[in-house]
Design a protein around this ligand. Sequence first.
Ligand code: GLC
Length: 450
Amino acid sequence: MSDPKKQYPEAYAICEKFIISKQNMQEIVTRLTKEINMGLTRDTHPRATVKCFVTYVQELPTGKERGNYLALDLGGTNFRVLLVNLINDKEIDITGKTYAISRELQEGSGSKLFDFIASCLAEFCKEHKLERLNTPLGFTFSFPCKQVGIDSGTLVAWTKGFKAEGVINKNVVELLRDAVKRRGDLKVNVVAILNDTTGTLMSCAFNHRNCKIGMIVGTGSNACYVEKTVNCETFDEYRNSTKPNMIINCEWGAFGDNGVLDFIRTSYDHQVDKNSINPKKQIFEKCISGMYMGELVRLVIVELMDKQLIFKGQSSQKILVKGNFDTSFITEIESDQPGSHRNAAMVMDRLGIRTNNEKDLDCLRLICETISTRSAKLAACGLVCLINKMNVKDLTIGIDGSVYRYHPNYHTLLTESMNMLLAGSVKFELALSEDGSGRGAALIAAVCAK
Ligand code: GLC
């Protein structure tokens, strides 16, 4: 590979702005710890940015859960309906159907969105002859929700590109039940609402008994962890609950919304934020997750192209359009074997730039690596914060999301950063959690239906 530092000093200088030193990582851990404590504490919770919602999930799976459950998964560009059969302590069978959530549905009226969800559910149930069975259903709804019970969650804010009207401050379980009732052709029993991180933790805990954290790095980013019930002050029974633990949905995507991450943000981060549909919100998420990584890369490339420093003599309309550099392109480019530029050239071709200039393509790769490395470092800070908070010395962390799942080095980058911060004091395993939104929802539904 050519040396971009010499060949592309300007590009290298931009990339340097995204590098987070060990000292800054430690500072991020300290700051996040403070924000989490504010979220957990009754007095400070209302003004906390990292909300730390109680999930009302107080038990991890035992492996004895059995039966058929329905799961709905809403939280990204796809919506899924799943039928989950918990067969024995090792086998879980899942059949499901995926439906695209159009932009109109994401940004239109809330009742249309819930009617659509109910219609997909009805279609699926008819196909599987379930429409009259009142099957227990777990609703994976991956947005910040204030819960007052396992089957009650009020949407606090939309994230990840959603803005359907009339849903904020409503109990989304009621919206779902109402939409099902309006149809009148279906009987299901909505027993639980959960976040995808909670589903991920539960699903992973089914196979790894010492799983204590669930993390998502996909369209959005967030994590949940096992807290001592006595520390969960926003839970009414925190002092006298018979159950010692509670899963906390951190909603860490909002970390930094009060400015505490400004010391590491770049002008590109500010631009991404300004052009988003939720400016000044989800600041940590905007530095980490798939909805924004590609856009950060695009902004850097466009600046270098404007200055005639890369892809000289070439231009394209496509690359100038916001959102056109999909995060999956980063994954593809970084999947090129050393010395090969096959994927990189293909990606640029799709964006209207035909080139075989290896130095340019090396530079492009450097930009991608810069953004993924920073994402992984920040996610590692989050995980280390939770590990220290729980004060455990040995654990498994269940992870899901498109970035973690498909990026060729993300797992390694995360592991390296965590090792650097933990310096051997904790034994941890990062495990890909299989289908948390489906399996996890079913496991929680099983515990509730018990
Ligand atoms: C966003 C949502 C959060 C979810 C995460 C990952 O941050 O607010 O609830 O867990 O995305 O999907």
